[in-house]
Write a protein of this length. Structure first.
Length: 192
């Protein structure tokens, strides 16, 4: 399936197509092995991540209680930084992914109209880790809202981290924390 081709969303099996599209897009995008710069890979993956993930929903859910305390300007700044971090994470962590990195094995309908797409992720040592993508419908499209690798929820980790930062510091501290994570991931990309 072409990377920018829209997917029909009326059928729940379209959720699997979203995950397969994400995985193929990551595996087929230029990598560090090709001499691709961070900026080039970011530009290649940003539209794909945006189209396959409900990043504003994930960002809001990661803050949950603290969300209501933010102004509209703070919410927009946080979503922007969260989006940059999410895309940067894919760019850096999967910089040498191949078609063998990911495999989809099934799909299950969950409560609240969500879908879980299951599969495996090849770890650095060749170990196959279980991976689940949780999707919901947003504006008529299936979008990823959580990824669970080897039983660990990315969204739960973010909620815990962000809550701690907001309790220990403040909103400015959270933005600084996200920015420092982006800096670290960019450095990781450059280390190859």
């Amino acid at each position: 399936m072409a990377q920018n081709q829209p997917i029909e969303q009326s059928d729940p099996t379209a959720a699997t197509a979203v995950v397969e599209r994400l995985q193929a897009g990551i595996a087929n995008s230029p990598s560090t092995a090709d001499g691709t710069s961070f900026e080039q890979r970011y530009a290649a993956l940003a539209p794909l991540i945006d189209q396959t993930h409900d990043l504003p929903y994930i960002a809001r859910f990661a803050l949950r209680r603290e969300w209501s305390e933010l102004s509209d300007d703070q919410r927009n700044r946080y979503i922007d930084e969260f989006t940059r971090l999410s895309i940067t994470n894919y760019v850096s962590r999967f910089r040498n992914a191949t078609v063998d990195t990911f495999a989809v094995s099934g799909q299950e309908e969950l409560p609240r109209g969500q879908i879980e797409v299951t599969g495996t992720l090849a770890a650095a040592g060749g170990e196959k880790l279980p991976i689940s993508y949780i999707l919901h419908q947003s504006d008529g499209s299936w979008k990823i809202i959580n990824i669970i690798v080897d039983g660990i929820s990315d969204l739960a980790l973010k909620r815990s981290e962000y809550r701690r930062v907001m309790e220990d510091e403040d909103f400015a501290g959270l933005l600084e924390y996200l920015s420092s994570q982006i800096t670290d991931l960019v450095a990781l990309y450059a280390s190859d």
